[in-house]
Ligand binder design. Structure first.
Ligand code: ADP
Length: 192
């Protein structure tokens, strides 16, 4: 199963991706996690990304694509993947199509977790207390939501126009949302 998970910050993508990874036995590729690992390691890339991320802005497309190509060159992605946090703008959507095209591994589903904005803000505020992520400050959260509306929402429209989008209601318990995702990605075959 090759899945692209889409959704605003706080939509629950990361949490659901962790569950899906166990269920589907495919790697969870989170570009946010990959970047945070670079920041923690203090690599050149991490140093470049750190401030941009703390402001809630997008790290450059070139850095992201390099990181993604590197990750997809590993054998574990041959059985499938859950991509979380990419693509975040139309240029990245094109780059992903090209990359997966080269690998002859187009995604099966782009799943959007849909949540009302008030709920996103509430969830992130709760997480900010628990985890203390640098980009969960009120200013950075506002910026991340703005970036989502301006740059990532067009990706969702693009997939919708191309008949590649599956929308899942992200409001409910973790179990409820998880079940909805599994239903959405179950192959639907009507006999007769
Ligand atoms: P969230 O979805 O909660 O905003 P992520 O962990 O997915 O969190 O991303 C955190 C930050 O990492 C983003 O705000 C951005 O700065 C950077 N980032 C992650 N993925 C991308 C991407 N595809 N393109 C550019 N920047 C990215």
């Amino acid at each position: 199963m090759r899945l692209v998970l889409l959704g605003a910050p706080g939509s629950g993508k990361g949490t659901q991706a962790t569950r899906l990874k166990e269920h589907l036995q495919v790697p969870h590729i989170s570009t946010g996690d990959l970047l945070r690992a670079e920041v923690a390691a203090g690599s050149k890339l991490g140093l470049e990304a750190k401030e941009v991320m703390a402001r809630g802005e997008l790290v450059s497309d070139a850095i992201l694509l390099g990181m993604l190509e590197d990750r997809f060159s590993r054998d574990d992605t041959r059985n499938g993947f859950i991509l979380d946090g990419y693509p975040r703008n139309l240029a990245q959507a094109d780059a992903l199509d090209a990359l997966l095209g080269r690998l002859k591994a187009p995604f099966d589903f782009a799943v959007q977790l849909e949540c009302p904005t008030e709920m996103l803000v509430e969830r992130i505020a709760g997480r900010a207390k628990a985890e203390g992520r640098a980009d969960d400050s009120p200013d950075a959260v506002r910026k991340r939501l703005e970036v989502y509306t301006a740059s990532t929402a067009p990706v969702i429209d693009y997939y919708r126009q191309h008949g590649q989008l599956t929308v899942v209601d992200g409001v409910g318990s973790l179990d409820e949302v998880f079940t909805r995702i599994l239903e959405a990605i179950a192959p639907v075959k009507e006999v007769g």
